[in-house]
Design a protein around this ligand. Structure first.
Ligand code: NOJ
Length: 451
């Protein structure tokens, strides 16, 4: 069967990671600006003040995407660039930046996919309690409505939230990400519930304000476990390992069903409701109706998964990896099968078309003596992962697109610039971009798969 001819082959980035211009043209502060400006939070105290200077170089970047045969570009909007205070007064210069970017993409035959929120929360709203404040639902849906009102005459694909597991878990549970807090379970679950409500309210508001038919999805992080063998027992054990909620502790944030069942199935998973009951906010049937507004696709950010086998009493057991098994520079396991089984399990449970909204790897990329950037490990990674994705398609999963993370090296959150995920190398002193070997490989892959 293989990929459809109109399969969307794209690349992805996010505002804080590439834009820079942190205080230009009326942009308001966000929590990452504040967090990075305090020493001790980020490796080598890096920050996103300049990043890839994409704010000033977007035309050059779009040109490079075109040269590389990229069909679609997933980027995020910096909320406080449009609403400096998160609500209220709009910043026309910020609006113009995104409007110009969209025009530039379309003029070059590249389809925009807009993420509304990729972690850079307006600082003024954070001071009012952020996701803990029940008003955050309305703050976000008003922002979403405005974005769609402004851009949906030209841009039709939207993603509400990127990896809520991270912008709640890493930010408020272990404090590694902005705003660097550690709050208790009660507050965590309140935030989760408000984020889910904000998603639903945004979907409603976006549909009401759209200038034409738009497509909406969301992008959770999916730790896509895969079975050790294709026996019924191992597959069933893997299904349980993926969708069972984790007991109280760090794992709760990564319970995929806790985030996705409410959105797609309209209810929280029963095991989680039981395990977390002491700490949950009031959850009404109106809330669940709001959260589960129909969406058009299920976005998945997939980097790896664990191999699972059925153990004693057929319970899921993690299969230990062999010593020396492949890892990326950031020390994440290389597990190509996650890109076959992740989409299979998600499509089976949620019955929505799938878009891989992120996949890729960090590597120790350097400019070689010949002036080029050779990244054979990334080419091998992409090749293996995409062949597995093709198997999901062959198994009948409706996969609409794939977005490689990332178009270019960028600010990798708490790791600063020490991790390079791009297929385009960025020299942060000169802002020179050098397409890596993998960029040319991806170009050929797209050419040979787009007919
Ligand atoms: C997850 C996030 O969405 C993105 O911002 C990050 O850079 C990549 N994956 C790699 O960690």
């Amino acid at each position: 069967m293989s990929f459809k001819k109109d399969f969307v082959w794209g690349v992805a980035t996010a505002s804080y990671q590439i834009e820079g211009a942190w205080d230009k043209d009326g942009k308001g502060l966000n929590i990452w600006d504040v967090f990075c400006h305090e020493p001790g939070h980020i490796t080598e105290n890096h920050n996103g003040d300049i990043a890839c200077d994409h704010y000033n170089r977007y035309k050059e970047d779009v040109q490079l995407m075109k040269e590389l045969g990229i069909k679609a570009y997933r980027f995020s909007i910096s909320w406080s660039r449009i609403f400096p205070n998160g609500t209220g007064q709009i910043n026309e210069k910020g609006v113009k930046f995104y409007s110009d970017l969209i025009d530039e993409l379309l003029a070059n035959g590249i389809e925009p996919y807009i993420t509304l929120f990729h972690w850079d929360y307006p600082y003024q709203l954070h001071k009012k309690g952020g996701w803990l404040n029940d008003d955050s639902v309305e703050w976000f849906s008003n922002y979403a409505a405005k974005v769609v009102e402004l851009f949906s005459d030209r841009a039709v694909n939207y993603i509400t939230f990127n990896e809520p597991q991270c912008f709640i878990g890493l930010a408020y549970f272990n404090g590694a990400h902005a705003p660097g807090l550690k709050v208790g379970y009660k507050d965590i679950f309140q935030m989760c519930h408000n984020v889910l409500k904000a998603h639903g309210a945004a979907v409603k508001a976006m549909r009401a304000n759209a200038k034409q038919k738009i497509k909406i999805g969301f992008s959770p992080a999916v730790e896509a476990n895969y079975p050790a063998t294709e026996t019924f027992k191992d597959i069933e054990a893997t299904r349980r390992a993926i969708f069972n909620c984790a007991p109280l502790g760090w794992g709760i944030m990564w319970s995929i069903a806790w985030w996705c069942d409410p959105i797609v199935l309209g209810c929280y998973p029963k095991d989680g409701l039981e395990m977390y009951k002491e700490y949950l906010p009031e959850i009404t049937s109106e809330d669940m109706e709001l959260i589960s507004q129909p969406i058009d696709f299920f976005g998945m950010n997939v980097y790896n998964g664990k191999e699972i086998a059925a153990g004693d009493s057929d319970n899921p057991e993690f299969v230990k990896r062999k010593p020396g098994s492949p890892k990326t520079a950031i020390q994440w396991s290389v597990t190509p099968k996650c890109l076959q089984w992740g989409p299979r399990f998600m499509a089976e449970r949620y019955k929505l078309p799938i878009i891989i909204t992120e996949n890729g790897m960090s590597a120790h990329d350097t400019v070689s003596i010949d002036g080029k950037v050779h990244d054979p490990n990334r080419i091998d990674f992409l090749n293996r992962y995409l062949l597995e994705l093709e198997k999901a398609v062959d198994a009948g999963v409706d996969v609409l697109g794939y977005f490689l993370w990332s178009f270019m090296d960028n600010f990798e959150w708490a790791y600063g610039y020490t991790e390079r995920f791009g297929i385009v190398y960025v020299d942060y002193d000169t802002q020179v971009r050098i397409p890596k070997d993998s960029a040319y490989w991806y170009k050929e892959w797209i050419e040979s798969h787009n007919g």
